[in-house]
Write a protein of this length. Structure first.
Length: 522
């Protein structure tokens, strides 16, 4: 049992009850209000939910799930990854309630690591977080460009009908156009962004329910319940036969999808009563995503009857599994795949909203990190315009996301490393402050309005161990024999990022970066 002092969220709540508790806590932490605090709990939830976007992650990585394990991995792997992700989310929500700032993870690490470790912990967490977010935006918007390419291919007749198959240069141009639109939208006042965020959440929620019911209903041939819940696809062209190994590789789809919920933390300085509503945004975004995502997976998988044909590069969708499922479902029923193309359009809009919200989260992290002088040209990225929007940080995030996608022109394998950074890099950033919460700060941590009580340590350790586990599992080779084209570049990408971060600390940052810097008198 916590004593009475520990049970109280913050001492300032005993004062003027009419004052926004999130603003009061921000001031107590040493920061003045510079961003417009206009978001409700629904808007805060909407940003995280639209970044998780089950339509985005499941659609774009459904091939991975089918190839490595098939229905068993899709159905049960999603629940396993979702359960452990909720542990991570609960731990983050508890810390967010105590430290509701846009800096989020890197600020938490600084406070929880103690004075001696604070600067380095903050530096390490912050760079993993900001680079991981840039990689998320890169992979999301590039995935949208690829889906648009597939939609154009199907509209013009499909692979077998002489349809237009866009080159990699057209895809990168589409990617650039999408980022341009996202940067323009994110330059609007926060009230507009709030509206777009709520629309995005509604679109994702309604879209999932429509597609999970419509596709298996339309499809003439349906899989049996036995196939959906028990079939394990061990047939792949990657030289892997171990079912345990295959199951592990198939988990990537689920774990990649359920990321980005740190957006609720980064939006706290723009959220009313953020010490309560920030945690609510994190937990509700994960929980609802798990439920609707599982339903979407079941619905789509009931329309799967021939896995090899869906993965074949010679099908109408060029090997894009879900696109082929949608297209063939309508074509078999009505003799035309137009309905399937419209369904893909619904998914494309959801991915567009996902990328939009990702830029929002990116820019708030860059804004907060530069506020503390951690980024080159920090004074530029920390500026806000007349509408109290960090517009320079918005355009920085868009430009970097475009530059990171240019690697796709040289090698698809190199680009896949960006997805690796997006998944593992972000989860490392999630785990670092949680690790300090359960070790160095396990006695000194003062919880906010939302807390896990005596279960905080147990949930925290479970979260840390899960992140450590997936970091190892997703670094394993995905194909044998191992060549320069089949090598899993995840450890190279994440390890390279770690070396850069630590090297910059040793040779430069340790001399001048002191961690989060308050901008009001205590």
């Amino acid at each position: 049992m916590m004593d009475e002092k520990m049970a109280l969220p913050f001492h300032f709540q005993t004062g003027n009850s009419s004052r926004d508790t999130g603003l009061a806590r921000l001031n107590e932490l040493g920061y003045k209000q510079e961003l417009k605090r206009d978001l409700s709990v629904v808007s805060n939830f909407a940003f995280s939910f639209s970044i998780i976007s089950v339509l985005t992650g499941i659609t774009t990585l459904y091939n991975t799930g089918l190839n490595y394990g098939g229905p068993v991995v899709l159905v049960y792997g999603w629940l396993i990854a979702g359960t452990f992700t909720m542990f991570v989310g609960l731990s983050m929500a508890e810390i967010c309630s105590s430290y509701p700032t846009s800096g989020g993870l890197y600020y938490w690490s600084a406070k929880l690591a103690g004075p001696s470790w604070a600067p380095f912990a903050s530096w390490l967490t912050g760079w993993f977080n900001v680079v991981g977010q840039w990689a998320v935006t890169t992979s999301v918007d590039f995935s949208l460009a690829q889906l648009i390419q597939v939609i154009i291919l199907l509209i013009t007749g499909g692979k077998n009908g002489g349809g237009y198959d866009a080159s990699k240069y057209v895809v990168i141009a589409l990617h650039g156009g999408i980022l341009l639109l996202h940067a323009i939208i994110n330059s609007l006042p926060i009230s507009w962004l709030s509206l777009f965020g709520q629309l995005a959440a509604a679109w994702n929620l309604v879209g999932v329910f429509v597609l999970m019911i419509l596709i298996p209903t339309v499809a003439k041939e349906k899989a049996s319940a036995k196939f959906v819940f028990t079939h394990f696809n061990a047939d792949n062209d990657d030289g892997i036969s171990s079912k345990v190994y295959i199951f592990v590789l198939g988990l990537l789809m689920s774990q990649y999808t359920i990321t980005g919920y740190d957006a609720s933390a980064h939006m706290t300085e723009e959220t009313k009563s953020a010490d309560k509503n920030g945690p609510r945004g994190i937990i509700s975004a994960i929980g609802i995503s798990i439920l609707v995502g599982w339903g979407y997976l079941l619905g789509i998988t009931f329309a799967v009857t021939d896995i090899p044909s869906l993965l074949s590069k010679n099908n109408d969708a060029g090997g894009y599994a879900i696109a082929e499922v949608f297209y063939q479902a309508f074509k078999s029923r009505y003799g035309s795949g137009v309905g399937g193309i419209i369904c893909l359009g619904v998914v494309a809009v959801a991915i567009f909203f996902c990328g939009m919200s990702s830029i929002t989260s990116n820019s708030r992290m860059a804004y907060a990190f530069s506020r503390d002088g951690a980024m080159p040209l920090s004074s530029v990225w920390h500026k806000v315009n007349n509408q109290e929007v960090p517009v320079n940080a918005v355009w920085l995030s868009a430009v970097i996301a475009f530059c990171m996608a240019l690697t796709s022109l040289g090698s698809v394998v190199a680009f896949q490393a960006m997805v690796s950074i997006a998944t593992i890099g972000l989860y490392i950033a999630y785990a670092i402050p949680i690790f300090f919460r359960v070790t160095l700060a396990h006695k000194s941590f003062i919880p906010g309005p939302f807390n896990l009580g005596r279960y905080g340590i147990l949930v925290g350790w479970t979260s840390v161990l899960w992140v450590a586990t997936i970091s190892v599992l997703f670094s394993l080779p995905v194909s044998y024999p191992i060549t320069d084209q089949t090598l899993n570049y995840t450890p190279v990408a994440v390890g390279g990022l770690l070396i850069l971060i630590v090297s910059s600390w040793v040779f430069s940052a340790r001399h001048w970066f002191k961690g989060p810097i308050t901008n009001i008198d205590s």
